[in-house]
Write a protein that binds this ligand. Structure first.
Ligand SMILES: Nc1ncnc2c1ncn2[C@@H]1O[C@H](COP(=O)(O)OP(=O)(O)OP(=O)(O)O)[C@@H](O)[C@H]1O
Ligand SMILES: [Mg+2]
Length: 197
């Protein structure tokens, strides 16, 4: 059985950056955000439930969900965010488990789950160990605003919607500080992989 590593952190603290490093080492990464996008494809069960909950106003004229609009709605209202998560997470979990099984059959010794809400939605229960990637708050805000082209206010809302990073660090088996250069992060990654192996 493969060792399942749960990779998480705050929004824009570097989960995808770390995932890339794992992939370069030949370790498969299951990306829950990618899966969440797939489960919201037209006419899938979660897509239908989302429209029932949020109305047809969140659709583009093509019938696809307008993700930007949906994100704006749920990050302005925590109850709505919880509702969306309660629709999407169970569907995502099913597919994550299928993917883990697939990589087990293929004989991989390590599989990574990249899940932003690893602890909040109990995906950590599927994992043998957890890694939290974090940055200082200023770096996180700067990178988030730059990458997603957000105003400060919206960036702060998205950061506050998640469990406090300090709490995630406390729950983690390993931590990676991604506040500095990619090279510094890679050094920590190399040391992490040595420990795991
Ligand atoms: N060490 C670094 N130095 C400079 N820029 C970085 C570094 N690490 C990540 N970035 C940049 O910061 C942004 C956020 O990183 P990344 O996408 O890896 O975060 P994430 O945790 O996957 O975000 P999300 O929560 O949205 O999935 C990206 O634009 C990335 O290129
Ligand atoms: Mg990411």
């Amino acid at each position: 059985m493969a060792i399942i590593i749960g990779l998480t952190g705050g929004i824009a603290t570097g989960k995808s950056t770390l995932s890339q490093m794992f992939k370069q080492s030949g370790i498969p990464v299951i990306d829950s955000d990618d899966i969440a996008k797939d489960v919201l494809v037209i006419n899938q069960p979660a897509y239908i439930k989302v429209i029932e909950e949020f109305g047809e106003d969140i659709l583009l004229c093509t019938g696809h969900i307008n993700r930007k609009k949906l994100a704006k709605i749920v990050f302005d209202d925590m109850d709505k965010l919880e509702k969306l998560n309660s629709i999407v997470h169970p569907e995502v979990k099913k597919i994550v488990i299928e993917e883990i099984n697939k990589y087990n059959v293929l004989g991989h010794d390590i599989v990574v789950l990249d899940v932003p809400l690893l602890f909040e939605s109990n995906f950590d229960k599927l994992c043998n160990l957890t890694v939290v990637v974090f940055t200082d708050e200023k770096t996180q805000i700067d990178r988030l605003m730059k990458r997603d082209n957000l105003e400060l206010e919206d960036a702060l809302k998205r950061i506050k919607a998640q469990k406090n990073i300090g709490e995630k660090i406390r729950l983690a088996d390993f931590i990676i500080d991604n506040s500095l250069s990619i090279l510094e992060t890679r050094k920590q990654y190399n040391s992490l992989l040595r420990k795991i192996r």
